[in-house]
Design a protein around this ligand. Structure first.
Ligand code: SAM
Ligand code: SF4
Length: 365
């Protein structure tokens, strides 16, 4: 049988795994066709709009040891910090005063009664200081369903938990093999979040050692079938103080990881027209206008870092993490200028919820 052309595949309503692998292999003119289609779909369904989530990286203390991550428990070469309640509330107030529609609270993963209570209390306080107006995304890892429910009731309405890779074997190669790093638990957590009513976001790292295009195609199909509302995916970037550095010489060059990430974003936008897709900060670690490029071909969410400057150097997940010397104001000014270069309009003072979430619940046509 004659092989389908890229135009023929792009014209289909749905893609098989082998179609996706073909699309991930595109280059030059064929890649331009892919990006043209994803840009058109974004414009038709989302417009040229971008919403902010002010990112507060409130603690780098983590009980886990993911083999790729610079703030893993086993890394003794970083200074650990946890923001005080006041510091978190000041950052949230900054977001509110600057009309960011939402914030995202992110940290290493800790499961304990005191952490549950603390986050719950902070959620109530953030809702109070913003007259209920700031939207809140949480990204604090795997927790029991009761904990997710308490935080939902306290005002968090979106949760980002990357599956990292949907290939179970690959997952086990990039995590220690113990019950603290269990693939099935990660999946169960995502399901619990969705059942509780969160706008549920997941994502993967792209360019991991041992990862194949087949794996990435499988990741896209997983996101479609799981019916996610949001996605944050970005290139894997090595960190010298992590076990995966052992495979640094087996990685794709960073420019190829970057390119593959753009193709993943473009494909996901075509497959899931109305979800929220983050232009990940890690893109900017490779290309100084990486996030803008992602916005052009499909992403619609940016997470300006509003963590107090003195802590930013200690939240180094990977090498070359950008903007670690900036203040929150620097981030705002720089992003505004850059996004206008990308012809995107930042929407201030709105949550920018995933339209997919509303449609999934029958609240929108
Ligand atoms: N601890 C929470 C969790 O793991 O879900 C939230 C914080 S964690 C630092 C956020 C994300 O950072 C992870 O889901 C992972 O995909 C990403 N990350 C960690 N190390 C990375 C690396 N070396 N390169 C790119 N992304 C990385
Ligand atoms: Fe901890 Fe998240 Fe890093 Fe894993 S990815 S070590 S859970 S901060």
């Amino acid at each position: 049988m004659k092989e389908k052309t890229i135009s023929e595949i792009l014209a289909q309503d749905d893609y098989s795994k082998s179609d996706l692998v073909r699309l991930l292999q595109t280059d030059s003119e064929e890649k331009k066709l892919l990006f043209r289609k994803s840009s058109e779909i974004k414009l038709q369904n989302i417009g040229n709009k971008v919403w902010f989530r002010g990112l507060i990286e409130f603690s780098n203390v983590c009980s886990k040891d993911c083999l790729y991550c610079g703030i893993r428990k086993g890394n003794k070469n970083i200074e650990r910090y946890t923001l005080s309640d006041d510091e978190i509330l000041v950052a949230a107030k900054f977001a509110y005063d600057n009309r960011y529609g939402s914030i995202a609270l992110q940290s290493g993963e800790l499961e304990s009664r005191s952490v549950t209570n603390r986050i719950e209390n902070l959620l109530y306080k953030i809702k109070e200081l913003s007259n209920g107006e700031l939207g809140i995304t949480l990204s604090v890892g795997e927790q029991e369903p009761e904990v997710y429910k308490r935080w939902f009731d306290a005002g968090a309405h979106r949760y980002l938990l990357r599956i990292e890779s949907t290939n179970k074997d690959l997952y086990s190669r990039i995590h220690p093999n113990n019950n603290r790093h269990d693939f099935q638990r990660r999946l169960d957590c995502l399901k619990n979040l969705q059942d509780i009513g969160y706008q549920t976001g997941t994502g993967v790292m792209i360019g991991l050692p041992f990862q194949t295009l087949d794996d990435l195609a499988g990741d896209l199909l997983f996101m479609r079938d799981f019916n996610i509302d949001m996605c944050g995916m970005g290139p894997y970037i090595e960190h010298a103080d992590t076990p995966l550095i052992e495979y640094a010489d087996k990685l794709l060059p960073t420019a190829e990881r970057f390119d593959l990430t753009l193709k993943m974003i473009a494909l996901l936008r075509i497959m899931m027209k109305d979800i929220n897709i983050v232009a990940a900060t890690a893109l900017q670690a490779i290309d100084s206008i990486g996030r803008e490029k992602a916005i052009k071909i499909g992403a619609n969410i940016v997470m300006p870092n509003i963590t107090p400057g003195k802590y930013r150097n200690s939240y180094k997940l990977y090498e070359n993490k950008p903007c670690t010397d900036d203040t929150a104001e620097d981030c705002q000014n720089c992003l505004d200028a850059r996004l206008s270069l990308a012809d995107a309009e930042v929407v201030y003072g709105e949550w920018g919820d995933s339209r997919h979430f509303d449609r999934r619940r029958g609240l929108r046509d």
